[in-house]
Every structure is written in C-alpha cells, then in structure tokens.
Design a protein. Structure first.
Length: 367
C-alpha cells in the first residue's frame, strides 16, 4: 500500500473515531483539525457513506440514524426491532436535535426503535406525552427530560418512579435521594466541569477578573453556577460579577441589560465573560462592536452551548456539551437495563464537555 493510500486510511479511521465520540462532525472543523482541505474531507465522507458507515448531511456527517440510508439498508428484510424506547424531549429545535441524533445512532446500531415525542418546559405537557407512550403499550423503556423546577419536584419524581417501564433521565439531575421503588438512572453533560474548563481557559490567558452570564430559567444554569463557585474559589477569582438575565436580541430591553453589564465590567476591571448561551453571547458581541469594544482584545468571550457560536463575528470560542454522546449513552444505558433487569445496579453518568477555541477568547496574534 502506498503512503498516500495509507494516509487516507488513517484519515478515515480518525474521522470515524470523531463520529463515534461526538455523533457528528463538521467538514470545516475536521479539515482544520487535520490540516487538510475541505474537499479532501468531503471525499472521505463520500467514500465512507458508500460503505454505509456514516450518513452525509449538509456541511458534515453523522453516524447512521433511523432517517439515514445506512439504517434502511441494514434493516431491509429483517424482523421487528429488539426493543422500542420512547423519548420525550422539551424542544425539537435548539440543543436537543443533537441529543436525539445521538440516541437514534445508538438505537440503529443495537436494532432498537426510538419513538420521539416533543414536549415543552411544562410538567403537565410532559405527563401528557409520557402517558400517551405508556398507553400505546409499544414501549419497553423511556428516555425523559422533564422539567424538574418548582416546589412539586418530589411529586414529579414519585410519578416517574412509579411508571410501569424503566426510565433514564436525559440531561436532567433529580435530587440525590428519591423515595421511589427504584433509584432513577440518568445521564447528562457535566456542565459544572464545562464551566470550569471555560474559566480555566481564560485564566491561562491572563484574565484575572471574569464574569458569568446565565440564561434566566434554564435548567443548565444551576450546574453552571455550581461550577462557577468552585473554580473561582480554587483560582482566587471574585465570583461577584454574575448576572441571571436572558439578553438575546429577542428579549425586551436587552440593550439596556448589556449596557449595565458592560458598565459593571468596566468598573470591576473585568476583561472576560463566560456567557450562556450562544445567542446571548452573540448579542453581547454585536453590542460591543457597535460601541467600539474589540473582541477579544478589550473583552474576551466564551459562549456555552456551541449551537451557533461559530456563526458569530468574531467566531465564538465555546464550550460544547457532548450532546450526541449523551443521547447515545442514554440508549445504551436503557438497553443494558432491559437486558439485565433489576440485577443491574443503577447508574448515574456525567459526560465531559469540550472546549472549542475560535476567535473570541485569544487574539489571533497570540494564537
């Protein structure tokens, strides 16, 4: 085998490794990672798709899903799925599609069907969708992401624990002790660690006064705030500059909120922000551009979510929760539970986010 062909094989092995780890890749980012052209990566994707090892999508590739040609070819002429799992998520647009994609990839690999239901961040709607799946008598397990905010969390957990099929919570963390007949299993991103990764990245590049912006009402905020307190204590950073307001451009009065935030940054000598989520970080960046504040020289920003952070100007450094892996792990956890039954110990799994460095946290001359 020639060196050129050998390098191609190694490159494709690396590509498949990234897919298994994340559930999806983007052509532009993978080409930058390997230092090859985007055309080379597209050719690799086309070759692997021809072998039914991945599914081509616009701008990248995913592991095979129930909607992809690889799954259709694999299942042609086979019998019914081994298990059917119901999945209820609070949104079918922002954040959750990557988790659903990861779940479907794992399900396809294990001959499992996923019945997806969209809900809202409302417990009554969660109950309605869960009840519909149970009453269909077609599902042997449930992957759920219910709203666990409010004073009636105990009642909600009790109701979930009494369901007649096993449950794995996805991106949700119930109280440590739950008075149910079986301890609930869950898998979620380790958001507290993700926040720590962001702060330590900024600290390593000389920032000693850092602020945190949390999305108001997000289930993730609780974990981010916990990570903020821990890392600030360890690094000797003041945790005082923290705001809990959504400041994306669709929010009324967002410009006034950003102006107040930047005034606090100026008064405190703050040179960097961690912002949840991407639209909020992009709002701040756009406002800074209007005011002649240069990013990252005057103010460094790290976004938390990495859904659309790459589209900002400048492109946003971001913490990327391992969304496809969370979905995959949830399905694998459920399948193991269905196979092994009650003799299998309950598991609670945290998956580590990763830092994607772009232009908003390190000046190009430094990079």
């Amino acid at each position: 085998m020639s060196e050129e062909k050998l390098f191609g094989v190694q490159r494709r092995e690396r590509l498949m490794g990234e897919l298994r780890r994340h559930g999806a890749i983007r052509v532009r980012e993978f080409a930058g990672l390997l230092g090859v052209s985007e055309l080379t990566v597209r050719r690799d994707i086309a070759a692997l798709a021809a072998q039914n090892l991945l599914t081509k999508v616009h701008g990248g590739a995913t592991l095979p899903t129930d909607l992809g040609p690889a799954t259709q070819i694999r299942r042609r002429g086979t019998g019914p799925p081994r298990f059917t799992i119901g999945m209820v998520v609070p949104s079918l647009d922002y954040y959750w599609p990557a988790i659903v994609s990861g779940a479907r990839s794992a399900a396809a690999a294990q001959d499992v069907q996923v019945q997806l239901r969209g809900s809202t961040y409302d417990w009554a709607e969660d109950q309605r969708q869960i009840t519909r799946l149970i009453e269909s008598q077609q599902v042997q397990g449930l992957l759920l992401a219910p709203n666990l905010d409010g004073d009636d969390v105990g009642e909600m957990i009790q109701w979930i624990g009494d369901l007649p099929v096993p449950v794995v919570l996805v991106e949700r963390h119930p109280p440590r002790w739950t008075p149910t007949k079986r301890q609930l299993e869950w898998v979620r991103s380790d958001h507290a660690l993700g926040l720590e990764i962001a702060v330590r990245h900024l600290h390593e590049h000389g920032h000693r006064s850092i602020g945190l912006v949390l999305s108001k009402g997000s289930p993730t905020s609780m974990h981010l705030e916990r990570g903020w307190e821990l890392v600030c204590a360890e690094l000797g950073i003041s945790p005082d500059l923290i705001i809990r307001e959504s400041i994306r451009m669709v929010e009324p009065g967002y410009r006034e909120t950003i102006a107040q935030l930047l005034e606090r940054c100026r008064a405190a000598g703050t040179t960097a922000l961690v912002v949840h989520s991407d639209p909020d970080a992009m709002s701040i960046a756009q406002y800074c551009t209007e005011r002649g504040i240069t990013i990252p020289d005057d103010l460094a920003i790290v976004a938390y979510d990495d859904e659309v952070a790459r589209l900002a100007e400048p492109a946003m450094t971001a913490i990327r929760p391992p969304k496809p892996m969370v979905g995959r792990t949830a399905v694998e956890l459920m399948v193991a539970r269905l196979i092994e039954g009650n003799r299998r110990p309950a598991q609670r799994i945290l998956v580590t986010p990763e830092l994607i460095i772009r232009d908003s946290s390190i000046p190009l001359r430094v990079r």
